[in-house]
Design a binder for this molecule. Structure first.
Ligand code: 5RP
Length: 235
């Protein structure tokens, strides 16, 4: 039975609240994952009812399909390089609005779209709110070329700042590794708590072969966190 405190009901609640931040004429970034999917569905319903004139840039092929299904008009960053607002989910959110994202594998496009937006709002159920980032394995996206060698250098970068080096190449649903929409691979890093996300951000970004990682720092302006007792806005 779905109650208002089931994780999915809370995700929907946060997603519907995000509609309050959307105005006609806006160019939107559309996030990926199950919470963002609720937002796309709610947005589509409002568009179809004739109450909203917006365009969206999807952050994944699955979100693109969903947006088409729900009647949300789409554009691309090639056509529309600057966006007003991105609404996306997260795997973890801390009190300074730093995020871990990429559980669904869309981190690269999600970060490009968020960085192209005047504002990013995260929508999440309370389980995503953490005191410290890192319990969720940090996704690191790498190009396929020489990826085991890149993994060695990621491990060295982690060890260099005193973090654990355990990581796994993400597996796909069939045979072989998971591939992102861009054809890249993902290593999920088991870091435990991350004492200094900014230092980790710089260390990972400096590794050749790393395309992007799931730490989102300085990108999120507001988080809508839904819990059984209501909605908390973090700004
Ligand atoms: C996808 C993401 C998602 O936003 C994140 O994994 C949260 O997903 P969900 O809303 O399904 O819990 O970063 O790359």
């Amino acid at each position: 039975m779905v109650t208002t405190s089931s994780p999915d009901a809370l995700k929907r609640l946060a997603a519907e609240r995000a509609l309050d931040f959307v105005d006609s004429g806006m160019r939107l970034g559309l996030g990926s994952g199950s919470t963002a999917a609720h937002f796309v569905a709610a947005l589509g319903a409002k568009v179809r009812a004739g109450g909203l004139d917006v365009v969206g840039v999807p952050t994944s092929e699955s979100t693109r399909r969903l947006a088409v299904e729900h009647g949300v008009p789409l554009t691309t960053l090639e056509e529309t390089p600057e966006l007003d607002l991105t609404v996306d989910g997260a795997d973890e959110v801390d009190g300074r609005l730093r995020l871990i994202k990429g559980g669904g594998g869309a981190l690269l496009r999600e970060k490009i779209v968020a960085a192209s937006s005047g504002r990013m709002i995260v929508i999440a159920d309370r389980s995503k709110r953490v005191a410290r980032l890192g319990r969720f394995p940090l996704p690191v996206e790498v190009v396929p070329f020489g990826h085991p060698s890149t993994a060695v250098r990621i491990a060295r970068a982690l060890a260099g700042i005193g973090l654990p080096t355990a990581m796994r190449l993400r597996q796909g649903s069939g045979d072989g590794p998971y591939r992102t929409d861009g054809g890249n691979l993902i290593y999920d890093c088991d870091l435990g708590e991350i004492p200094d996300p900014e230092t980790l951000d710089a260390a990972l970004s400096a590794v050749p072969g790393v395309v992007e990682h799931g730490l989102f720092i300085g990108l999120c302006a507001c988080a809508i966190i839904a819990g059984p007792d209501g909605i908390e806005l973090l700004e």
